[in-house]
Design a protein around this ligand. Structure first.
Ligand SMILES: [Fe+2]
Length: 273
């Protein structure tokens, strides 16, 4: 039986299927949160029964995780060779994280079903005030799960695209906190001095979002530097779903993008023509 929106989302608290009526105030408050603090955090967004199914679907596929351990720069879209040594664009911090790809999950399962709900896409589009938004069509990365076991951490970075969409499937036993500085940079004001202090490990003011199991989150990551602190105790792992969208329907990621996220291409990846 395919899952429907009402089976997956706590519609009593978050009426995302009625944005002109009962959900209008919710939409406004989400837009305000994003404008004010770069983050919209909706706790208990997923129904407990559905969340338990998503957790089970994910934990059953843990041995299919692509693990990556690299030094990561904060600005993935900038060429560090264009900047002097020591400039914030050239600085790196440790990054250790795994990914379970969408093709590992059952097509009719709860994980894929929630991502493919048209009402969820429309809600995200309206929250981010975009003209058009569609789920990405990449069979591997459109919806994927970031796995962080003990010792894993996600390096400080800015996103290339604005408007990250995530669902906390399972928080870590200890550590693995999402930390960020809202609107630290702008396209016309890079604020490199402050970014440099942060990347060098100085204690600086930052926000921490306590994302509990079932939290749905929108985040303006292109201007707001963010990281996930080290998971200090695993079992359970930290499991975070990442949902990917694009303004054009049917968008596919380039081979180089899939390779850089997973560290290698999946065995089932089609051979280039
Ligand atoms: Fe990010």
């Amino acid at each position: 039986m395919a899952y429907q929106l009402k089976d997956l989302v706590n519609l009593e608290r978050y009426p995302i299927d009625d944005l002109e009526g009962a959900g209008a105030a919710l939409l406004q408050s989400c837009q305000d949160s994003l404008a004010d603090g770069a983050m919209c955090h909706l706790s208990d967004f997923v129904k407990p029964e559905a969340l338990a199914v998503i957790q089970a679907e994910t934990n059953a596929r843990r041995d299919r995780t692509y693990w990556m351990e690299v030094e990561r720069r904060a600005y993935s879209w900038r060429n560090p060779d264009d900047y002097p040594q020591g400039h914030p664009v050239t600085l790196t911090t440790p990054n250790s994280i795994g990914t379970i790809t969408q093709d590992c999950f059952p097509k009719q399962g709860a994980f894929v079903s929630i991502f493919e709900q048209p009402a969820l896409t429309e809600f995200v589009r309206r929250c981010l005030s975009l003209d058009s938004l569609h789920p990405v069509a990449c069979p591997y990365l459109a919806a994927n799960v970031k796995v962080m076991s003990e010792g894993c951490r996600h390096a400080w970075h800015f996103d290339q695209n604005d408007g990250a969409v995530t669902l906390m499937i399972q928080s870590a036993a200890a550590g693995g906190h999402f930390e960020y500085v809202p609107y630290l940079r702008a396209e016309d004001d890079e604020n490199y001095a402050e970014v440099g202090r942060l990347l060098s490990g100085e204690e600086r003011p930052m926000q921490r979002a306590d994302l509990a199991d079932g939290s749905f989150c929108l985040f303006k990551g292109r201007r707001s530097i963010h990281r996930v602190s080290q998971v200090t105790q695993g079992s359970p792992d930290r499991l975070l779903a990442v949902f990917s969208y694009h303004h054009i329907p049917g968008h596919q990621y380039k081979e180089s993008t899939v390779r850089s996220v997973l560290g290698r291409l999946p065995e089932t990846y089609p051979n280039p023509a």
